[in-house]
Design a protein around this ligand. Structure first.
Ligand code: NAP
Length: 252
């Protein structure tokens, strides 16, 4: 299926690995030019080089090593050489996620405000916020994250249904359950130790609790993101889309 977004410009946060990388890759494979942001230049440059090879140089891919939690980092993104300035057609808000007990996430609302009017004026825009299944089923040790992400979810519920809904701009949230990324790999050892298990046993226990019987992978997450950014998803806005292999057991 042609997603109808070739030639557009996307900004993807946290794009050197994990879920952000999955989104950047899926968009680039659809012909979208992507500014990929992460702090570590080495991993980011490698990710961009590999994607350039995979896409055969058909799209513009720009690596921008910046900390998006800082105003200097955000300013750099608007001014990146060869980029679209603030005229992004697609924005995927994502970063590394908050550590337990602390919240250092970036202000996603600032991105929405900075890009949405231009999108509306041009008659096309897609904003996808990568949040978490914790918005629907809170995780006890991530209290501040649960709260802040729920706040963003409420903001999006209203903003997505404002005037922009009639101007070709959609805002949706994509909620990952458990995906096999560095983030999950980093949390496993402590969890395993706490329960007196090996890391491999802990992985198996977690995967057995997911109806799909496995963790998700960044490529399949990226494909859902690309669909939400497509022309075909024009009538879908203000939604919270779970990708969790069936882990959340609610009817809705
Ligand atoms: P990940 O594999 O650790 O990747 C995080 C990406 O964000 C990396 O590219 C990282 O690169 C970048 N990043 C982190 N802090 C940044 C900053 N301040 N500025 C710019 N880039 C930054 O994590 P992930 O699993 O993809 O998770 C992405 C998001 O999904 C997080 O918010 C996480 O809480 C959420 N989530 C993930 C899961 C899961 O199972 N994986 C489940 C629920 C929710 P640098 O470190 O080099 O900057």
């Amino acid at each position: 299926m042609d997603l109808g977004i070739a030639g557009k410009w996307a900004l993807v946060g946290g794009a050197s690995k994990g879920l952000g990388w999955g989104c950047a890759r899926a968009l680039a494979l659809e012909g979208v030019n992507v500014v990929m942001v992460a702090r570590g230049a080495e991993v980011l440059n490698k990710a961009v080089d590999d994607l350039r090879d995979e896409t055969g140089g058909k799209v513009k891919l720009i690596a921008l090593a910046q900390d998006i939690t800082t105003s200097a980092g955000r300013e750099a993104i608007w001014n990146v050489a060869g980029g679209p300035g603030k005229d992004y057609d697609i924005v995927v808000t994502n970063a590394g996620g908050p550590p337990p007990g602390d919240f250092r996430d970036w202000d996603r609302e600032a991105w929405i405000k900075a890009t949405v009017d231009g999108m509306a004026a041009r008659g096309f825009g897609r904003i996808v916020n990568i949040t978490s299944s914790a918005v629907k089923a809170p995780i006890d040790v991530l209290g501040l994250s649960n709260g802040a992400r729920s706040g963003l979810t409420g903001f999006v519920a209203g903003a997505s249904r404002s005037k922009i809904a009639g101007q070709g701009v959609t805002i949706n949230n994509l909620l990952p359950g458990k995906f096999d990324t560095d983030r999950i790999r980093a949390t496993l050892p402590a969890m395993a130790q706490k329960q007196g298990k090996t890391v491999e046993e802990m992985r198996a226990i977690q995967q057995a609790q997911i109806p799909a019987g496995r963790y998700g992978n960044p490529q399949e997450f990226g494909a859902i993101c690309a669909f939400l950014c497509s022309q075909h998803a024009a009538y879908m806005t203000g939604q919270n889309v779970l990708a969790d292999g069936g882990a959340y057991a609610g009817t809705f």
